[in-house]
Design a protein around this ligand. Sequence first.
Ligand SMILES: Nc1ncnc2c1ncn2[C@@H]1O[C@H](COP(=O)(O)OP(=O)(O)OP(=O)(O)O)[C@@H](O)[C@H]1O
Length: 234
Amino acid sequence: MIKTVNLEAGYGKLQVLFDVNFEAFPGEITAVLGPNGSGKSTLLKAIFGIARVYNGRIYIGDRDVTKLPTHERARLGVAYVSQLRNVFSTLTVLENLRMAAYQMSSVEFEERLREVSDIVPLREILNRRAGELSGGWRQLVAIAMALVRRATIFMLDEPTAQLAPKMANQVLDVVLKLREAGYTVVLVEQNAKKALEVSDKAYLLVSGRVHWVGPADKLLEEKELGRLYLGFIK
Ligand SMILES: Nc1ncnc2c1ncn2[C@@H]1O[C@H](COP(=O)(O)OP(=O)(O)OP(=O)(O)O)[C@@H](O)[C@H]1O
């Protein structure tokens, strides 16, 4: 479980988030939606420890991690997957996964790989160089790397942006499998409708504040909010 309490965060002197109370639970997909620049990525970055926190607290389960460095948050199970620099492009997929498992014995790694393959369909691409893969596949490899190192909280920053519809659906299938496996999934998406269709709960951020929070299907019914902030046509 991940939680922020009265979170104020940003970059240097630029405060982006104001008084954000956010919670995401295991076995659920929590969507974070809102217009460009509303602070969606900043929320994920603050939770991961790569944006500046001015005030408020961040918890992973019961543990207050507000002051912990990023690598310790990662050790506690948090993964932040964005479309940027998410894999080692000169290495093969298998080598990337091995890098994520550098502390494991090869027996343990093989076992892990079998479990991860149930969630991310990797078998066909294990020997491909990561840099040759499409953006969608690179993202799936990044998710698989996090799974190998036993992450339990997946913060996915626009995982389907710029993907062809077929690949976008494949990525969303993996997101659904993460939920099925009981992980905590936080999903930042541009395509609000698609995100809401797969999510359990939704936060709408506007100008760095939580403007609306509730069940994802209820936000789909909020036509006015959808029109104003989420690009719903009608
Ligand atoms: N590393 C950074 N340094 C300084 N300002 C930043 C940085 N990253 C983002 N910002 C600024 O913070 C504000 C919020 O950006 P953020 O990326 O959180 O928005 P977002 O809701 O994810 O929007 P988008 O969909 O455009 O990514 C913007 O004004 C942006 O210019």
